[in-house]
Ligand binder design. Structure first.
Ligand code: SF4
Length: 326
């Protein structure tokens, strides 16, 4: 591990000052400390923000849900409002990591976590994300777990978060504060596709800090859930996943929100699937036909062609579960 200095801040202004001077924010530390041990990350200054008052789940004036950036994954998953209004979030969190990690890791850190591409974590391998311009060992290497959607010639790594897929499906917004004040970014714009700058992963400005993730109020009640498909039943990242929320009234699907994980360089919204569902009556043939549209635009690599079919089946199965028709 490279030498670094550590400072613990007690208010947001102090944090922003330190962040603006180049400090790296740390709270649960469950990803960053691992990467520092492996010398993948070499921050010179760590700014411990775990004492900031960003640890509450609240219902907003407009009826949305605000999850503070320092709420732990376990706290968010167990919160009564999250469980009743958005079980999709609780399920995604509970299918992530181990109980010990969920007790430490925060919502802000989860969204910011870095890829599990093995070449990224191997400092002897070429990796544009870790060392810009060095190449991408995964493109010609073993790429079974990599992305089939949103990749570029420079990087094909997936985003590893489960709850980020649920946030994307629900059109969440990321609340930020920084030297230029507060702002909100739609979740779909917060995490960046690799393009030719895979080292740049979020649309954060220098020194900005995530304060919360906010789920907008949905005037129509949603039935929702998260399905994760992986090589083993626990402590494993998704090969594919599906986050689905539906509003069905009078036997007709009035609203559909669908996103996939494990397949994209960012959580992947599936608008073609959503469009196929809205205005239709739930049925097994409808689920199958909608799921056929899940992999539109997919460009599989040598070892992950199976993900195309697996993604369709994951979406179809979760539509059956959430939509209630066998
Ligand atoms: Fe690095 Fe991305 Fe290539 Fe993995 S896929 S080796 S993270 S550039």
């Amino acid at each position: 591990m490279h030498p670094f200095s550590y400072t613990r801040v007690s208010d947001t202004g102090e944090a922003l000052d330190a962040g603006h001077r180049g400090g790296r924010y740390i709270a649960g530390g469950t990803t960053l400390v691992d990467l520092m041990r492996e010398t993948v990350e070499r921050p010179e200054v760590l700014v411990d923000i775990s004492g900031l008052p960003l640890d509450e789940v609240t219902v907003t004036e407009r009826g949305g849900l605000r999850i503070g950036a320092l709420v732990t994954m376990a706290e968010a998953a167990a919160h009564p409002k999250v469980r009743t209004l958005y079980p999709i979030i609780s399920q995604a969190l509970e299918l992530s990591a181990s109980a010990q990690l969920r007790n430490m890791a925060t919502i802000g850190g989860n969204v910011m976590q870095r890829t599990r591409c093995t070449y990224f974590r191997d400092v002897t391998a070429d990796c544009n994300k870790r060392a810009s311009g060095s190449g991408c060992a995964a493109r010609e290497g073993f790429n079974r777990t990599h992305a089939i959607l949103g990749a570029s010639d420079h990087c094909v790594a997936t985003h590893p978060s489960d709850v980020a897929v649920a946030f994307a499906a629900l059109d969440a917004r990321v609340r930020l504060t920084g030297p230029d004040g507060e702002r909100q970014v739609p979740f779909a714009d917060f995490l960046l596709r690799p393009g030719n700058t895979p080292q740049r992963e979020q649309s954060l400005r220098k020194g900005e800090l995530i304060t919360a993730v906010e789920i907008p109020a949905h005037p129509r009640p949603l039935t929702s859930g998260y399905l994760k498909v992986r090589d083993r039943q626990s402590y494993e990242f998704a090969l594919t996943s599906a986050a689905i929320a539906l509003h069905i009234r009078g036997g007709v699907i009035r609203e559909a929100k669908v996103a996939a994980g494990g397949v994209g360089t960012v959580p992947w919204k599936l608008p073609a699937v959503e469009r196929h569902l809205v205005g239709e009556r739930p049925s097994a043939p409808l689920w199958a036909a909608a799921a056929e549209r899940a992999a539109v635009g997919a460009r599989p690599l040598k070892h992950n062609r199976f993900k195309v079919e697996l993604l369709k089946r994951t979406v179809e199965r979760q539509l059956r579960i959430v939509g209630g028709t066998k």
